[in-house]
Design a protein around this ligand. Structure first.
Ligand code: NAI
Length: 216
Protein backbone atom coordinates (compact mmCIF):
# COMPACT_ATOMS: atom_id res chain seq x y z
CA UNK A 1 0.00 0.00 0.00
CA UNK A 2 1.15 3.55 -0.74
CA UNK A 3 2.14 5.06 2.60
CA UNK A 4 0.98 8.47 1.35
CA UNK A 5 -2.59 7.28 1.76
CA UNK A 6 -2.08 6.56 5.44
CA UNK A 7 -2.50 9.45 7.82
CA UNK A 8 0.57 10.86 9.52
CA UNK A 9 -1.03 10.16 12.90
CA UNK A 10 -1.17 6.44 12.08
CA UNK A 11 2.39 6.41 10.71
CA UNK A 12 3.59 7.97 13.96
CA UNK A 13 2.01 5.14 15.94
CA UNK A 14 3.48 2.35 13.79
CA UNK A 15 6.93 2.15 15.44
CA UNK A 16 5.23 1.60 18.79
CA UNK A 17 3.10 -1.23 17.37
CA UNK A 18 6.21 -2.70 15.78
CA UNK A 19 8.08 -2.57 19.10
CA UNK A 20 5.24 -4.25 21.02
CA UNK A 21 4.83 -6.95 18.39
CA UNK A 22 8.58 -7.61 18.54
CA UNK A 23 8.31 -8.08 22.29
CA UNK A 24 5.39 -10.51 21.81
CA UNK A 25 7.49 -12.55 19.38
CA UNK A 26 10.32 -12.68 21.93
CA UNK A 27 7.82 -14.04 24.46
CA UNK A 28 6.69 -16.71 22.01
CA UNK A 29 3.18 -15.26 21.57
CA UNK A 30 1.88 -16.18 18.12
CA UNK A 31 -1.45 -14.43 17.99
CA UNK A 32 -3.20 -11.64 19.82
CA UNK A 33 -6.62 -10.04 19.79
CA UNK A 34 -7.07 -6.30 19.48
CA UNK A 35 -8.44 -6.35 23.05
CA UNK A 36 -5.31 -7.97 24.45
CA UNK A 37 -3.05 -5.67 22.46
CA UNK A 38 -5.14 -2.76 23.69
CA UNK A 39 -4.58 -3.70 27.34
CA UNK A 40 -0.83 -4.06 26.83
CA UNK A 41 -0.42 -0.86 24.85
CA UNK A 42 -2.98 1.23 26.74
CA UNK A 43 -4.65 2.24 23.50
CA UNK A 44 -8.33 1.57 22.88
CA UNK A 45 -9.14 -1.64 20.98
CA UNK A 46 -11.11 0.37 18.45
CA UNK A 47 -8.09 2.59 17.80
CA UNK A 48 -5.98 -0.52 17.20
CA UNK A 49 -8.56 -2.00 14.83
CA UNK A 50 -8.86 1.30 12.97
CA UNK A 51 -5.10 1.70 12.70
CA UNK A 52 -4.46 -1.85 11.54
CA UNK A 53 -7.37 -1.71 9.09
CA UNK A 54 -5.32 0.83 7.14
CA UNK A 55 -3.11 -2.02 6.06
CA UNK A 56 -5.87 -4.50 5.39
CA UNK A 57 -6.24 -8.19 5.96
CA UNK A 58 -4.01 -8.69 8.98
CA UNK A 59 -6.73 -9.65 11.42
CA UNK A 60 -9.10 -12.59 11.23
CA UNK A 61 -12.39 -12.69 13.08
CA UNK A 62 -12.22 -15.03 16.08
CA UNK A 63 -8.48 -15.57 15.61
CA UNK A 64 -7.00 -12.16 16.24
CA UNK A 65 -3.78 -10.99 14.69
CA UNK A 66 -0.97 -13.24 13.58
CA UNK A 67 1.87 -11.55 15.46
CA UNK A 68 4.78 -12.58 13.22
CA UNK A 69 2.92 -11.71 10.04
CA UNK A 70 1.80 -8.32 11.36
CA UNK A 71 5.32 -7.59 12.64
CA UNK A 72 6.86 -8.39 9.30
CA UNK A 73 4.24 -6.47 7.28
CA UNK A 74 4.70 -3.42 9.52
CA UNK A 75 8.44 -3.78 9.16
CA UNK A 76 7.99 -3.61 5.38
CA UNK A 77 5.81 -0.51 5.68
CA UNK A 78 8.41 1.12 7.91
CA UNK A 79 11.18 0.17 5.47
CA UNK A 80 12.82 -2.15 7.99
CA UNK A 81 13.00 -5.05 5.56
CA UNK A 82 16.19 -3.65 4.07
CA UNK A 83 19.46 -2.12 5.21
CA UNK A 84 19.89 1.67 5.46
CA UNK A 85 23.42 3.04 5.45
CA UNK A 86 23.88 6.08 7.68
CA UNK A 87 26.48 8.65 8.61
CA UNK A 88 26.66 11.03 11.54
CA UNK A 89 27.82 14.61 10.97
CA UNK A 90 29.12 16.14 14.19
CA UNK A 91 31.10 13.74 16.37
CA UNK A 92 30.68 15.54 19.68
CA UNK A 93 28.69 14.40 22.71
CA UNK A 94 25.46 13.57 20.93
CA UNK A 95 27.00 12.20 17.74
CA UNK A 96 29.21 9.84 19.73
CA UNK A 97 26.32 8.79 21.98
CA UNK A 98 24.26 7.84 18.92
CA UNK A 99 27.22 5.99 17.40
CA UNK A 100 27.60 4.03 20.63
CA UNK A 101 24.02 2.78 20.51
CA UNK A 102 24.05 -0.69 18.99
CA UNK A 103 20.30 -1.22 18.65
CA UNK A 104 19.97 0.86 15.46
CA UNK A 105 21.93 -1.83 13.65
CA UNK A 106 19.51 -4.53 14.80
CA UNK A 107 16.80 -2.64 12.93
CA UNK A 108 18.94 -2.36 9.81
CA UNK A 109 20.35 1.15 10.29
CA UNK A 110 24.07 0.76 9.78
CA UNK A 111 26.29 3.64 10.89
CA UNK A 112 29.09 3.63 8.32
CA UNK A 113 31.03 6.70 9.37
CA UNK A 114 31.26 9.76 11.57
CA UNK A 115 32.32 13.21 10.38
CA UNK A 116 33.56 16.39 12.02
CA UNK A 117 35.56 19.53 11.32
CA UNK A 118 37.67 19.33 14.45
CA UNK A 119 41.09 17.97 13.40
CA UNK A 120 41.68 16.67 16.93
CA UNK A 121 39.01 14.03 16.29
CA UNK A 122 40.49 12.85 13.00
CA UNK A 123 41.36 9.16 12.97
CA UNK A 124 39.60 8.42 16.28
CA UNK A 125 36.84 5.88 16.25
CA UNK A 126 33.69 5.20 18.23
CA UNK A 127 32.74 1.53 18.59
CA UNK A 128 34.99 0.81 15.63
CA UNK A 129 33.37 3.49 13.46
CA UNK A 130 35.93 5.95 12.18
CA UNK A 131 35.70 9.74 12.56
CA UNK A 132 36.61 11.42 9.28
CA UNK A 133 37.04 15.03 8.22
CA UNK A 134 34.33 16.79 6.26
CA UNK A 135 36.56 16.98 3.14
CA UNK A 136 36.06 13.23 2.76
CA UNK A 137 32.28 13.48 2.92
CA UNK A 138 31.37 13.62 -0.76
CA UNK A 139 33.41 10.59 -1.82
CA UNK A 140 32.36 8.62 1.25
CA UNK A 141 28.66 9.17 0.58
CA UNK A 142 29.03 8.05 -3.02
CA UNK A 143 31.28 5.07 -2.37
CA UNK A 144 29.28 3.71 0.56
CA UNK A 145 25.78 4.12 -0.77
CA UNK A 146 24.78 6.38 2.13
CA UNK A 147 21.09 7.10 2.35
CA UNK A 148 20.61 8.79 5.74
CA UNK A 149 22.66 11.60 7.31
CA UNK A 150 22.29 12.39 10.99
CA UNK A 151 22.97 16.01 11.93
CA UNK A 152 24.43 16.58 15.38
CA UNK A 153 26.19 19.88 14.76
CA UNK A 154 25.47 23.43 16.02
CA UNK A 155 22.26 24.88 14.59
CA UNK A 156 24.01 27.75 12.80
CA UNK A 157 25.95 25.19 10.73
CA UNK A 158 23.06 22.87 9.97
CA UNK A 159 21.51 24.76 7.04
CA UNK A 160 24.73 24.87 5.00
CA UNK A 161 25.45 21.25 5.85
CA UNK A 162 21.97 20.18 4.71
CA UNK A 163 22.54 21.98 1.36
CA UNK A 164 25.84 20.16 0.95
CA UNK A 165 24.30 16.79 1.82
CA UNK A 166 21.51 17.29 -0.71
CA UNK A 167 24.10 18.17 -3.37
CA UNK A 168 25.96 14.94 -2.57
CA UNK A 169 22.78 12.91 -3.04
CA UNK A 170 21.50 12.35 0.51
CA UNK A 171 17.75 11.66 0.53
CA UNK A 172 17.03 11.53 4.27
CA UNK A 173 18.22 13.75 7.13
CA UNK A 174 17.76 12.84 10.78
CA UNK A 175 18.07 16.29 12.26
CA UNK A 176 18.98 16.93 15.88
CA UNK A 177 20.05 20.56 15.36
CA UNK A 178 17.40 22.95 16.61
CA UNK A 179 16.59 24.52 13.27
CA UNK A 180 14.04 23.90 10.52
CA UNK A 181 15.92 22.80 7.41
CA UNK A 182 14.90 23.88 3.91
CA UNK A 183 15.31 20.96 1.53
CA UNK A 184 13.89 19.96 -1.89
CA UNK A 185 10.65 17.96 -2.00
CA UNK A 186 12.40 14.68 -2.72
CA UNK A 187 14.44 14.86 0.50
CA UNK A 188 12.87 13.82 3.79
CA UNK A 189 13.73 15.31 7.17
CA UNK A 190 12.83 13.96 10.57
CA UNK A 191 13.49 16.37 13.44
CA UNK A 192 14.26 15.05 16.90
CA UNK A 193 14.06 17.47 19.80
CA UNK A 194 14.49 15.82 23.17
CA UNK A 195 13.68 19.13 24.85
CA UNK A 196 10.18 19.07 23.28
CA UNK A 197 9.60 15.73 24.93
CA UNK A 198 10.91 17.09 28.23
CA UNK A 199 8.56 20.07 27.98
CA UNK A 200 5.65 17.71 27.39
CA UNK A 201 6.68 15.82 30.51
CA UNK A 202 6.87 19.08 32.43
CA UNK A 203 3.39 20.03 31.17
CA UNK A 204 1.98 16.69 32.36
CA UNK A 205 3.66 17.17 35.72
CA UNK A 206 2.12 20.63 36.07
CA UNK A 207 -1.35 19.26 35.23
CA UNK A 208 -0.90 16.51 37.80
CA UNK A 209 0.16 19.04 40.47
CA UNK A 210 -2.82 21.28 39.70
CA UNK A 211 -5.18 18.29 40.00
CA UNK A 212 -3.64 17.35 43.35
CA UNK A 213 -3.97 20.89 44.66
CA UNK A 214 -7.66 20.90 43.76
CA UNK A 215 -8.15 17.73 45.82
CA UNK A 216 -6.51 19.27 48.93
P1 NAI B 1 29.21 19.09 20.80
O1 NAI B 1 29.77 20.46 20.84
O2 NAI B 1 29.66 18.09 21.80
O3 NAI B 1 29.42 18.46 19.33
C1 NAI B 1 29.24 19.16 18.14
C2 NAI B 1 30.29 18.67 17.16
O4 NAI B 1 29.98 19.20 15.88
C3 NAI B 1 31.71 19.12 17.51
O5 NAI B 1 32.57 18.00 17.54
C4 NAI B 1 32.07 20.08 16.39
O6 NAI B 1 33.45 20.07 16.07
C5 NAI B 1 31.21 19.53 15.26
N1 NAI B 1 30.93 20.49 14.18
C6 NAI B 1 30.70 21.81 14.25
N2 NAI B 1 30.46 22.31 13.03
C7 NAI B 1 30.55 21.28 12.16
C8 NAI B 1 30.41 21.15 10.75
N3 NAI B 1 30.10 22.20 9.98
N4 NAI B 1 30.57 19.95 10.19
C9 NAI B 1 30.88 18.87 10.96
N5 NAI B 1 31.03 18.92 12.29
C10 NAI B 1 30.87 20.11 12.88
O7 NAI B 1 27.64 19.30 20.89
P2 NAI B 1 26.51 18.21 21.24
O8 NAI B 1 26.17 18.28 22.66
O9 NAI B 1 26.92 16.90 20.66
O10 NAI B 1 25.27 18.78 20.42
C11 NAI B 1 25.30 18.78 19.01
C12 NAI B 1 24.06 19.46 18.44
O11 NAI B 1 22.92 18.72 18.81
C13 NAI B 1 23.82 20.87 18.97
O12 NAI B 1 23.26 21.62 17.91
C14 NAI B 1 22.81 20.70 20.07
O13 NAI B 1 22.01 21.83 20.28
C15 NAI B 1 22.01 19.57 19.50
N6 NAI B 1 21.32 18.75 20.47
C16 NAI B 1 20.07 18.38 20.14
C17 NAI B 1 19.34 17.56 20.95
C18 NAI B 1 18.00 17.18 20.49
O14 NAI B 1 17.25 16.55 21.22
N7 NAI B 1 17.64 17.54 19.30
C19 NAI B 1 19.86 17.07 22.22
C20 NAI B 1 21.22 17.47 22.47
C21 NAI B 1 21.91 18.30 21.62
Amino acid sequence: MDSKEISQAVIKRLPRYHRYLGELIEKGIERISSNELSTRMRVTASQIRQDLNNFGGFGQQGYGYNVKFLYSEMGKILGLDRQHNMIIIGSGNLGQALANYVAFEKKGFIIKGLFDINPRLEGLSVRGIQIMMIEELEDFIKENNIEIATLTIPKDKAGDMADMLVKYGIKAIWNFAHVDLQVPDDVVVENVHLSDSLMTLSYKLSCYEIENQKKM
